[in-house]
Design a protein around this ligand. Sequence first.
Ligand code: UFG
Length: 327
Amino acid sequence: MKVLITGGAGYIGSHVVKLLGQLNSDIDILVVDNLSTGHKEAVLYGKLIKADLEYTGIIEKIIKDFKPDVVIHFAASIEVAESVQNPVKYYKNNTANTINLLEIIKKYKVNKFIFSSTAAVYGNPKEVPIKETASLSPINPYGQSKAFVEEVLRDLSKSDKDFKYVSLRYFNVAGADPEGKIGQSYKNATHLITRALKTAKGEYEKLYIFGTDYPTKDGTCIRDYIHVVDLAQAHLDALSYLLEGGESDIFNCGYGYGYSVKEVVDTVKKITRIDFPVEETDRRPGDPAVLVADNTKIKDVLDWKPNYDDLEFIVKTAWNWEQNRRF
Ligand code: UFG
């Protein structure tokens, strides 16, 4: 079987490559990544081609030559705050580039597609935990850029009965490979756990808590933090599902409960044993108060079984990576 993985040198993609590579040597893995935020050292299995989805001629040649059975599409821009500042970047990288990719996939009759979607498609949900059937009303360009693609995928699968996709709506992905070989590695990481760990390390003077007046128990935002390896496993489960003839579908990826920003900060201090400075400040634009997954569907349909459902373990693996990282 041939699997093409866009963005496979990035944080989540590289964990999927590792799981797939460990699983079976009969799987031919080709990673396509522009290495803008990914790292070639993160690709532990398969082959890597440095290419940008913007250049459709090159992408078309890669797909024509490789003839993948499945495409797993991670390549995207992923920061909510940046998307508010620079929406065009998000609509281009996440929406336009994906539509171009789908056009090529259709031309070469690649009929299985796994898409990295996000909990940000829900906006401020009316009910929590959030079910996949909840209405989509993103409150930031990042979420909107992914919601557009979900609509395209829905219409494409209706128009072409052979085309099947799974869209995985990620909640807050964190943690690192428990073996310590790969982990999150961005230049200016903005995600809470990484930022807190870097502050503990002394890379930043203090950690800002963005908003303490949300309608939550302690006034800070609540998120459903999922270990990156459990999320990677969800992709393997989605792959098996599609290979077994599963219908196109959408699944939340989260544990079903959340932690507040303050609880995460306390956990990071506990694990690192470093009492780094924290300052409460204004809300960050585009942040919903609470995002927690209802994960009943992914457990029932994909038989997804999380193994690392533990905030302390998430922080421990991320801390281990932060202290010993190779890239
Ligand atoms: N936060 C802080 N200080 C920081 C960083 C973050 O207080 O230095 C807060 C944020 O305001 C937010 C929470 O911590 O309330 C989590 O923020 P992150 O930046 O870690 O993550 P987001 O919830 O903004 O977004 C992440 C992914 C998205 C995904 C979303 C789904 O980046 O791709 O989770 O829940 F859509």
